[in-house]
Each structure stands twice: as structure tokens, then as C-alpha cells.
Design a protein around this ligand. Sequence first.
Ligand SMILES: Cc1cc2nc3c(=O)[nH]c(=O)nc-3n(C[C@H](O)[C@H](O)[C@H](O)COP(=O)(O)OP(=O)(O)OC[C@H]3O[C@@H](n4cnc5c(N)ncnc54)[C@H](O)[C@@H]3O)c2cc1C
Length: 376
Amino acid sequence: MQLDFTQDDEAFRVSAREWLLANAPRKRGPLDGQSARAFAQAWLSQCHKDGWSGIGWPKEYGGRGLPTEKIILWYEEYVRARAPSVLDCTFVSLNHAGPTLIACGTDEQKAYHLRRILVGDSIWCQGFSEPGSGSDLASLTTTGLVDGDHLVVNGQKIWTSYADIADFQELLIRTEPGSKRHKGLSWVICDMKSEGITVRPIKNMAGATHFAQVFYDNVRIPLSNVVGMLHDGWRVAMTTLGFERKTAAMGLQLELSIKIEDLIALAECPPGSAIGKQLAELRAEAAALRAMTYRTLFKDPVTASDGSLMRLYFAELSQRIHRAAMDILGADALTDSTWTHDYLESYSETIAGGTAEIQRNIIAERILGLPREQPA
Ligand SMILES: Cc1cc2nc3c(=O)[nH]c(=O)nc-3n(C[C@H](O)[C@H](O)[C@H](O)COP(=O)(O)OP(=O)(O)OC[C@H]3O[C@@H](n4cnc5c(N)ncnc54)[C@H](O)[C@@H]3O)c2cc1C
């Protein structure tokens, strides 16, 4: 796909590049815990000070209301500058929670939360998955029973990224007693400092503890924290997940184009070598993913199956690039902290945000028209 940028766009690109060159931290941030929070908050606050936080958000909510072309240019320059990964502890706040509140929240919810998110003062996490309800999210069982003007929440979430350092959570719970599947759910703002919440971080195989189990024991949440209508949480949750198909995922996808360039530089392979051929193919694949991403961004509407195509291709390409890095490093991988860490983390790419099998099911049924999966 060929994108045509105007002179105004190109001037914007130059200003983004110059600002990032002058301001983006040159080192990687900490991976987890309070130091990761402090690093991400400082960076977002700096972005906000100079007008680079939430650039796609509407102006009335503190953003710049920039069009897709300029958001693309921002992320292209962002990854080129090797600025901090977009998948840090501010990802949910900026890309899920804020946009969901803008789309479905009350005036009070917007007034309280949106500015705090943009300046980096409040960190959010996403409490959707439960033990036994990941791919099949509609089977979730954590309950919130109405008691006066509060919900009383009991149950458990799991794999909640940055739950240990978050201020708020987008929490999906069953609020209508006896309801089944997509009906009777509510999307609520949960203050992570509420009494009755226990967070137990889980260490992954890369040694990081950036996700956690969260337990709720009679946690009282004001009904005024329900986003959208009570019992209408599935619609709000689909709105939240829909943002992942738009610009939220773009930064991640573009990061791969830079990773492959860094790997080519690391390999120093002679022309015509087998590894050179492999890297050339990976570079072409990263360019194809970039083209697919841009094509999807200009589609209206972007469907769940568009999102699945991008998510699946991104996840499997990321794993191929990191596996190639291990081949290139050989024994040096044992002492390399960056590529080896990212290689181990890349295993999660085909799980987080919907597993590869689920994406294949969606593509098979909705794009290829194959028979629908029969419920178990
Ligand atoms: C790094 C990371 C961060 C995460 N962060 C969050 C977060 O912040 N908040 C949150 O709510 N969740 C988060 N998750 C959870 C993630 O959304 C789930 O792990 C994912 O949806 C899969 O659910 P599950 O783990 O319950 O696996 P399951 O759904 O139990 O799946 C187990 C296996 O069965 C396969 N399978 C299941 N159903 C089918 C089917 N119908 N057809 C074919 N195969 C099937 C799956 O593909 C998988 O291989 C995170 C996960 C990871 C890895």
C-alpha cells in the first residue's frame, strides 16, 4: 500500500523526529514493579508537557485530535528513535481505558479520569481474563451484586498485566444473578486500593513479574463507577477490545520493522549467506505487516477478522524474528540480556490478546467461510 503524505504531514514528521531525538530516553526502562511505573510515568509526563500524549484523542478531552496519517508518522518516528516500548504500564490507560471512557463514560467519569491518564498520573490494568475464562471470556464468573448504591464484588482475575502497580482497573464482572454468557455483565472502574483486593504477581519464564492474579473479597465499588449501563458490559468490553484493532497495536507492529534492522546490524552476515537470506525474508515480512497495518487503519469499519489477521501475523512474525536472533547469537545468547529476554517474552505473543488458535478460528469462519465451531 502506498501512502501519500502532504507537506504538512512531512513537517509534522520532522517536528516529531526532532522532539524524540531531543527527549526520548536512550535506555530501556525497568521491566516491572514500582521502578517500571516511575519510568513510564516520567516519560508520559514529559510527552504530555510538550503535547505528545494522546495525540489521537479528541481535543475536548485533552488530546490533539490528529488524523490517522499523523498518528502513523508519530509511531514511525517513535520506533525509529527507539523510544520506550509502547507496551509499558501506560498502554491500558492510554489505549483502552481512556478511549473507552470517551466513548461510553459519564461526564463525571471523564472529568475525573481522562486528564490523569494523559499526564501519566494514573495507571490502569485490564481485569477481563479469569482462570477458565480466557479465550471464552463470556464464561466469566466473578460477580458483582447490587447492594444499595454499591456493587459487592467476589471472584478472581488472572494474567492481569501491571495489576500490582495500577491505580485503577477496567473490571468485567457478572452483575445480573443467574445470567449466562454475554448477558448480565458490567464494565466497572475498580479502584485497586479498595479494601478486599489481593494482588499476587506471577513470575514468567523470562524472570519478569509484569502480570498477576487478583482476588476480590467483598470489594465495594460505587454504582457510579459502572461504565455504560448496568448489565451492558459486553458491549462496552467489545468497544474496549475494538481499540486494539486501530492505532493501539500500530506501535507494536512497527517496532518489528526496527527490530529486524537491529538484527541485520547485529548479524554482520556476508551477502549470499543462508542467514542473510533468512533476514532478507524477515525484513520483507515486516514490510508486509506494516503495509497490512496501514491498509487496516484506513478501513471503515475495521472488523474483528481484520484484527485477527494482523494480530496473528504480528505474533508469529515476532516469534520468527526472535528465534533468528537466538540462531545468530548462538552461545552468546546465554549472556545477552536484551535479545534473550525478548525471545523468551515472545512466546506470549501467540497467547496474549487472543491465542493463535482463536485468531485462526475467526479467520476460518469469518473470512474463509468455513463451518462454525460447534460449542463443546
Ligand atoms: C503476557 C500476557 C499478558 C496478558 N495480560 C492480560 C491482561 O492484562 N488482562 C487480561 O484480562 N488478560 C490478560 N492476558 C490473558 C490472555 O488474554 C489470555 O491468556 C488469553 O485470552 C488465552 O486465555 P487462557 O490463558 O485462559 O487460555 P485458554 O483459553 O484456556 O486456552 C488454552 C489453550 O486452548 C486453546 N483453545 C481454547 N479455546 C479454543 C478453541 N475454541 N479452539 C481451538 N483452540 C482453543 C487455546 O488456543 C490455548 O492454546 C494476558 C496474557 C499474556 C500471555
